[in-house]
Design a protein. Structure first.
Length: 270
């Protein structure tokens, strides 16, 4: 039997090198052999400017596969406070740098007007661009054994009619979701993967895949068997590590993805 490796790219999120920036992410990704980079739009100016991003991408010879919109709690004031403006500017940035996907978080519960029109607004925008708007699975917020629904219409994207979804395996750990079941329910709507791991802590851990309790290997093998054509982006936390250990962790994450994103192919021709 021969191994079949689908054409999906394995990318590195710039969030994986925080507090390092965009240039650091491209440098590490190029040296370790990643296929592409996902840019998290952040307070760093270069992450917001198409021209600067194209120059960095050209310099390192790596494409930008996706743009993560500034819809995190910590980026609420990046590109102003209008949430649709953030989405629209993220789509424009993706178009200008040649990215296929914009990753979005669902609205926070206090963004009620935005949440009320979110599903329809995302669908309407996808009708105007070739860029996929892939809404990411999140998790309930917990404190002192109490749980709060922090996202609307829901933290679970299978509960809404999104055309494209990002599946994050650190978030499934925090939510207590079944990642394989979620992927199965999504089917062709699963467009993008954030590869990480978690042990089920209330904190969003973003461990190197294989170090937690999530079915990271099984998911990759399943997607390989389905000839998944989206992007698989490593999004792990390394902010407490020195430069050498960060690079080792990102090397391990890439090796894990390469090892498991393959399936047995047809018998070799005799």
């Amino acid at each position: 039997m021969t191994a079949h490796v689908p054409q999906a790219r394995v990318g590195l999120s710039t969030a994986s090198v925080y507090p390092g920036g965009v240039t650091s992410a491209f440098d590490i990704a190029a040296r370790l052999g990643y296929d592409a980079v996902e840019v998290m739009v952040w307070t760093e100016t270069i992450s917001q400017e198409a021209g600067a991003l194209r120059r960095v991408a050209d310099h390192y010879g790596l494409p930008i596969c996706s743009i993560h919109a500034p819809t995190l709690l910590l980026t609420q004031r990046v590109w102003g406070t209008d949430p649709w403006m953030k989405v629209d500017r993220s789509v424009e940035l993706a178009e200008e740098v040649g990215a296929d996907t914009v990753v979005l978080h669902p609205p926070f519960r206090w963004q009620r007007d935005y949440a009320a029109e979110f599903v329809d607004g995302v669908r309407e925008r996808e009708g105007r661009t070739h860029v996929r708007l892939a809404v990411e699975n999140m998790f309930p917020w917990r404190a002192r054994a109490r749980e709060m629904q922090a996202y609307l219409p829901h933290w679970d994207p299978t509960q809404a009619d999104y055309r494209n979804v990002t599946l994050d395996l650190s978030h499934t750990a925090t939510a207590g979701s079944d990642a394989l079941a979620m992927a199965g329910t999504l089917g062709d709507r699963l467009a993008h993967v954030h590869l990480a791991d978690g042990l089920g802590s209330y904190k969003d851990e973003h461990l190197v895949p294989g170090r937690g309790a999530q079915p990271c290997a099984e998911l990759l093998e399943t997607l390989a068997g389905q000839d998944f054509s989206g992007d698989i982006v490593v999004e792990v936390g390394t902010r407490r590590l020195d430069e050498e250990q960060r690079e080792l962790d990102l090397m391990e994450a890439l090796a894990f993805a390469r090892l498991h994103f393959a399936t047995a192919g047809p018998p070799a021709a005799e």
